[in-house]
Design a protein around this ligand. Structure first.
Ligand code: FAD
Length: 467
């Protein structure tokens, strides 16, 4: 992965805009380029456009969407930006936070109205950090459904996606204007394509163990549950071009990947009253702070595992999610009529299990303070039949990256725009602060879809200026 500087480089074939990566960011970017009457080519290393986006739950936050208004939820970009700043303890760029919060509802409505992406409001629970319900998802709440719908939209818009095509190098002139790309096809052929503007939508570096070791060693021993094709190419190229990098040690972890099953157990069950114990039946943290920071907590327990303890009410809540159905199918979920039976199924000492369930009941009743600071009041006590699932901590994707402005244009270290290069999604610096605790649900797809749309629009406008 390198930059080839050549002021005289000529290409046999050129297209106005090249997008590298056909995940959520790349496809939103391409749709936005095309609707601005500009030709675009998306180049994707895999045989099918999937990316991290297809592995995700596909939930996109939007503040003050018409779906929220119809549900009687009074949200605003300012409220959303406040939530982002609070979750990151003020350690993210406030201008980008308010920009994305403002643009978020436009993206959700743009996807529904222009491209028939079937999004509805998730109104059954609140994700950690969000003060209002603002997540929007496809009917089964899956990223594969979202990617299917985006691919259909791209096809309808006659967007070309070159698959089995790994971009290995970028051509640049001495002013750092990108002239084109070098592509390795799966049959070993090399192709070169010229462009007037380039959009980096090839995510972060979660699939690059050396970069993980360098930038976020605390999570290197956790299971990796992201897209293995994301090797940090955008960041490597950006560095060579003198681009600014920020929050490079930020990531989204997850403290609830079903152990040995590779299925995420989503956080609604925790937020609505489930709790985690280690194999000795002891709680070890405030699980409600967020699922990202919970990954290192779980990984530091004996055998790097925890058990989520819940009941029939929470089991029913989780049936909204396809991932949970997959967990049932994978036989990850156990259920028991009594605590004795639950102890046998989980191999957790019965008296420890009885004690922790009693402690949580006392916290629900407000008779006891949690040692870890979690507030259980307002949630019902767990009741028989009980359920449990063994989980481990995982790394999902990285959140730091190239510094961009409100048009998703890549900036150099001094804050000046590079001539014709844009980035979004996992390739750009997100809004999750510098570590694991700033990630709020939806930050991944917010930056993918909204920066994608903004990058596509701005790239098309930039080219219009050249011509
Ligand atoms: C289990 C899970 C659940 C999640 N749930 C949510 C959620 O509900 N809401 C949310 O907001 N976020 C969620 N996320 C995060 C979210 O999925 C990502 O932040 C988002 O999908 C990133 O989108 P992207 O387009 O930047 O990257 P990707 O979707 O990963 O796409 C990047 C593409 O670039 C390709 N590529 C890489 N390098 C090259 C190259 N050199 N040449 C050509 N192609 C290349 C890759 O093959 C890939 O297809 C979740 C993540 C995981 C793992």
């Amino acid at each position: 992965m390198s930059i080839i500087f050549d002021d005289h480089k000529q290409f046999e074939y050129s297209i106005p805009v090249i997008v590298i990566g056909a995940g959520g960011c790349g496809l939103c970017a391409a749709l936005a380029v095309k609707e601005n009457n500009t030709d675009v080519l998306v180049i994707e290393r895999d045989p099918t456009p999937l990316g991290t986006t297809a592995m995700s739950t596909g939930l996109i936050p939007g503040a003050n969407t018409r779906l929220q208004r119809e549900a009687g939820i009074a949200d605003s970009p300012e409220t959303f930006a406040n939530d982002i700043m609070k979750k990151t303890k003020g350690e993210t760029d406030p201008n980008i936070a308010i920009c994305l919060a403002r643009e978020s509802s436009k993206t959700v409505e743009w996807l529904i109205d222009e491209y028939q992406i079937p999004l509805s409001l998730v109104d059954s629970f609140l994700y950690p950090g969000h003060s209002l319900m603002r997540m929007h998802g496809t009917p089964n709440r899956t990223g594969s459904e979202l990617m299917g719908a985006l691919c259909r939209a791209a096809e309808k818009s006659e967007i070309d996606i070159l698959t089995n095509a790994l971009v290995t190098d970028l051509y640049s002139d001495s002013t750092k204007r990108i002239l084109g790309v070098r592509v390795l096809r799966s049959d070993g052929e090399i192709e070169e394509v010229g462009c007037d503007a380039l959009i980096l939508a090839c995510c972060g570096f979660a699939g690059n163990p050396e970069m993980i070791e360098e930038y976020m060693p605390q999570i290197k021993d956790a299971e990796f549950f992201g897209h293995p094709g994301n090797k940090g190419d955008a960041i490597i190229w950006g560095k060579s071009l003198g681009a600014g990098l920020a929050d490079i040690s930020a990531y989204q972890g997850h403290g609830g990947l079903a152990a040995g099953r590779g299925v995420p157990i989503l956080w609604p069950m925790i937020m609505e009253g489930a709790f985690q114990v280690n194999k000795n039946g002891r709680r070890f943290s405030d699980e409600s702070k967020g699922y990202s920071e919970q990954a290192v907590e779980v990984v530091s327990q004996p055998d790097k595992i925890a058990w989520n303890i819940f009941d029939e009410r929470l089991h029913s809540l989780m049936m909204e999610f396809e991932d949970y159905h997959n967990a049932i199918e994978a036989k990850a979920i156990v259920n028991a009529e009594t605590i004795t039976e639950l102890s046998q199924l989980t191999n957790i000492d019965e008296s420890a299990l009885r004690e922790v369930i009693k402690e949580v009941e006392e916290m629900v009743e407000g008779k006891r303070e949690d040692d870890f600071g979690r507030d259980f009041t307002g949630k019902p006590k767990l009741s028989s039949p009980y359920y449990a699932v063994k989980v481990t901590g995982a790394l999902f994707h990285t959140q730091g990256g190239l510094v961009v402005n409100e048009d998703a244009r890549v900036l150099d270290k001094q804050g000046n725009t590079l001539p014709n290069i844009f980035a979004g999604g996992g390739s750009a610096r997100g809004i999750s602060g510098p570590s694991d605790w700033g990630y709020m649900a939806g930050n991944g797809l917010l930056t993918a879809t909204t920066f994608g749309r903004l990058a596509g629009t701005a790239a098309a406008k930039l080219i219009e200026k050249f011509n």
